[in-house]
Design a protein around this ligand. Structure first.
Ligand code: AMP
Ligand code: MG
Length: 267
């Protein structure tokens, strides 16, 4: 699998990773079969996690515009019991959110025991868009790397497993996807002219992504850099990584009540 796990033991150079990589898979057909197997594993393990109610999983997605955050979430969590899974998308902070400390709105949506929480954009925006668009002074966003690590340590210490995915697309791929949004009337709603402003800042965003990944990678909250130009490969490696993490968490059904075998259901 050509997904790269970053856990702080070594630095990763984003520009050396190929967004078009498809590992040892050559076509979509094979990947789709394997993908469905991984999705089934997620569905089964999620049921145990929910029944066990002692640990939780937080899955973070970050990417450039058109990077595939929405599509990945839609595909990978298909079939999961909606009762045990919550997806939160973070946009420009509301007035109330902006009146609090930067992590307040994210902390409010971290998963409770038994739950899978999915963040479509996340606390990392505080060192991504905030840094690139200079929405806060440098002294403020610089100290956020430590704050993000502290925040994740708090969550991990309290039983939350954290997986952070950076969906790595190339600049050319983004150009094509933005063009598709213009060409297809059904995709017009996704097109925001602000995306072009962000595209013009591509290099600044890449530096900000690289710093976020390298400065906030720990064994308890690793980053995964996903080759994301090919959607079928992206879906497969993300699903497999999540299924493997859930398997490692090894959630167990709680002990049953005693003597269930002797119970007779009354008429
Ligand atoms: P979308 O994901 O397409 O719905 O867009 C959400 C927008 O919200 C993006 O343009 C982000 O840059 C922006 N956004 C997300 N988090 C923040 C934040 N903390 N401060 C400012 N803008 C943000
Ligand atoms: Mg958008």
């Amino acid at each position: 699998m050509s997904i790269v796990r970053v856990d702080g033991s070594r630095k990763v150079n984003l520009e050396r990773l190929d967004p078009g990589d498809t590992g040892d898979l050559r076509d979509k057909k094979e990947a789709t079969i394997l993908f469905k197997i991984e999705r089934e594993r997620i569905v089964r393990l999620q049921e145990r996690l929910y029944a066990e109610r002692s640990q939780s999983l937080l899955v973070v997605f970050q990417a450039a515009d058109t990077g595939g955050k929405d599509g990945t979430i839609r595909n990978v969590f298909k079939g999961v019991n909606p009762q045990g899974c919550r997806v939160w998308s973070f946009g420009v902070p509301s007035e109330e959110e902006a009146a609090h400390d930067a992590l307040w709105r994210y902390h409010a949506h971290t998963p409770a025991v038994g739950m899978i929480g999915v963040f479509n954009r996340s606390h990392y925006e505080e060192v991504l868009v905030v840094r690139v668009k200079e929405l806060a002074p440098k002294a403020v966003w610089k100290r956020r790397y430590d704050e993000l690590n502290d925040f994740e340590r708090l969550l991990a210490n309290n039983g939350t497993r954290i997986l952070k995915f950076f969906l790595n697309i190339s600049s050319d791929e983004q150009k094509e996807r933005l063009q598709e949004r213009l060409d297809d009337p059904e995709k017009h709603w996704k097109f925001a002219t602000g995306d072009l402003e962000d595209r013009a800042l591509w290099d600044d965003y890449r530096k900000a992504f690289a710093d976020a990944i390298n400065r906030c990678a720990t064994p308890q909250a690793p980053w995964f850099v996903v080759p994301a130009n090919r959607k079928w490969y992206r879906n497969l490696v993300v699903a497999r990584t999540i299924a493997d993490a859930l398997a490692e968490m090894n959630p167990q059904y709680p002990p049953e009540e005693a003597n269930l075998g002797n119970i007779v259901i009354p008429n």
